[in-house]
Design a protein. Structure first.
Length: 373
C-alpha cells in the first residue's frame, strides 16, 4: 500500500511569476522548487511534478493578484488557503526579503499551522465588494475635487455669499453664475475644477443606482434589507457592510465580529495588573468606518419614522424588535458615557462596538417569525 506524505506548498505570487517552496510532512527542511510563470499550464505542470493532488496543500498571501489562483486550485480538487499577510509570524531582526525566502517561509509556517487563513469570497461576493469600493473611491475623489475648488476660490478671494451653505442648490447656482474672469487662464482653471466635481457626482449616481438594484434584487438582497431595519444603516451602508463581511456565519459570537472590525480595546496584562487601551484597529477598516458613521445617528431620541419606517415595512417582528432594542440601548449608553466625562468621539466608538453586536444578532436571526404589517 502506497504511503502518502502531505506536501505543504508555499507560493509567493506576483503579477507574472510564482516562487514555489515545499515542506514535506515531518521536520525536514523546506526546499525551493523554483520560479514558474503565472499561467494555468505552468501551474498544472507544477502539480504533476509535485505528486498526487490529495497529497498537496497550497497556500499564498492575500494580495493584489486576487483569488483567481485559489479558484483554479480548488477546481482541480487541491486544498488551498489564502493567508493574512499581517498575521504571518516575523523573526526579529530578519530584514532580508526575497521571493525564494518568502516561499520557503510560507511552506514551513503552513506545515506547522502558524498561518491564519482568510475567508475567500465567492465571485458574487467579490463583485459586490468591487462595486461598493468603487463608490468609496469616487467619494474620496469627489472630496478632493471639492477641496481643490474651494482652495482655488480662496486664492482668488472669491467668498461664498452670506447665508449660503456649501454644496446646497443655492451654492451650486452661485458657482454656475461665476463668469466674469479677468483672465482666460483663471476661467479655464475654474471650469475644470468645477467640472471635476460634477463628473464625480455623475459617477456616484451610476454606482449608487447599481447598489440600490443589488439591494433590491441581488444575491444578498434579503440580508441587506434585514440590516436596513437599523437606524443609521440605509441602503449604501447596509450593502457595503454585506459586501465587506460577505458571510456573517463565520463569526460564532458577537465579540468575534467586534474584534474582526478592530473595535475592541487593546489589552496589556501582567500578573494581577490588567490595562485596557485604545481600540485595536485591526481587521477590516472599511467596516469600522461604516459602523462609526452609523453610530452617530444614535445621539437622537429613539423613534421609528420617515425613511427608517419605510425601510422596516414588511420585515419580521423579531428583526424589528432587535432594531428597537438597539435604538434604546445605544442612545442611553451614548449619554451615559458623556455623563462620565468621555469625549464624544470615544463614546461613539463604544456605541459603534455595540452596534456591531446588534448587526451580528440581526444577521444571524431567523426570518421565520411573523411578518410585520
Amino acid at each position: 500500500m502506497m504511503e502518502y506524505i502531505t506536501k505543504y506548498v508555499g507560493l509567493d505570487v506576483s503579477k507574472e511569476k510564482i516562487a514555489v517552496g515545499v515542506a514535506e510532512e515531518g521536520r525536514s527542511k523546506a526546499r525551493y522548487i523554483g520560479m514558474i510563470p503565472y499561467t494555468v499550464e505552468a501551474i498544472r505542470k507544477l502539480i504533476s511534478k509535485l505528486g498526487m493532488p490529495e497529497q498537496l496543500q497550497f497556500c499564498y498571501e492575500a494580495g493584489p493578484t486576487g483569488y483567481g489562483l485559489y479558484r483554479l486550485l480548488k477546481s482541480m480538487d487541491i486544498e488551498c488557503d489564502v493567508v493574512a499577510p499581517s498575521l504571518i509570524p516575523q523573526k526579529p531582526g530578519d530584514r532580508v526579503k526575497t521571493d525564494k525566502r518568502d516561499a520557503l517561509n510560507l511552506a514551513t509556517l503552513y506545515r506547522s499551522g502558524e498561518l491564519t487563513p482568510i475567508y475567500v469570497p465567492t465571485e458574487d461576493d467579490e463583485a459586490l465588494r468591487d462595486l461598493v469600493r468603487a463608490r468609496e473611491d469616487v467619494k474620496e475623489d469627489e472630496l478632493r475635487a471639492k477641496q481643490r475648488l474651494i482652495k482655488f476660490l480662496l486664492r482668488k478671494e472669491i467668498k461664498t455669499p452670506q447665508g449660503t451653505k456649501r454644496w446646497t442648490v443655492k451654492y451650486w447656482d452661485w458657482l454656475d453664475s461665476l463668469k466674469n474672469w479677468n483672465r482666460s487662464a483663471s476661467r479655464v482653471a475654474f471650469q475644470e475644477y468645477l467640472q471635476q466635481v460634477k463628473e464625480c457626482q455623475q459617477r456616484l449616481k451610476v454606482l449608487e443606482q447599481e447598489i440600490k438594484e443589488q439591494a433590491n434584487e441581488g444575491v444578498h438582497a434579503p440580508m441587506i434589507q434585514k440590516l436596513m431595519t437599523l437606524r443609521g444603516v440605509a441602503v449604501i451602508t447596509a450593502t457595503s457592510l454585506v459586501a465587506e463581511i460577505m458571510s456573517f456565519e463565520r463569526f460564532q459570537t458577537p465579540n468575534q465580529f467586534m474584534a474582526y472590525n478592530g473595535l475592541v480595546p487593546s489589552e496589556s496584562s501582567s500578573g494581577d495588573l490588567r490595562r485596557l487601551g485604545n481600540i485595536t484597529k485591526a481587521g477590516n477598516r472599511h467596516v469600522r468606518k461604516l459602523l462609526i458613521e452609523a453610530a452617530w445617528s444614535y445621539r437622537y431620541q429613539p423613534a421609528v419614522k420617515g425613511e427608517l419606517k419605510k425601510r422596516q415595512q414588511g420585515q419580521p417582528t423579531n428583526i424589528l424588535n432587535i432594531s428597537w432594542k438597539a435604538q434604546n440601548r445605544l442612545h442611553k449608553n451614548y449619554f451615559r458615557l458623556l455623563g462620565r466625562g468621555k469625549e464624544s468621539g470615544k463614546a461613539i466608538t463604544a456605541v459603534a462596538r455595540e452596534l456591531a453586536g446588534f448587526i451580528w444578532a440581526i444577521a444571524n436571526e431567523s426570518d421565520t417569525e411573523t411578518q410585520a404589517h
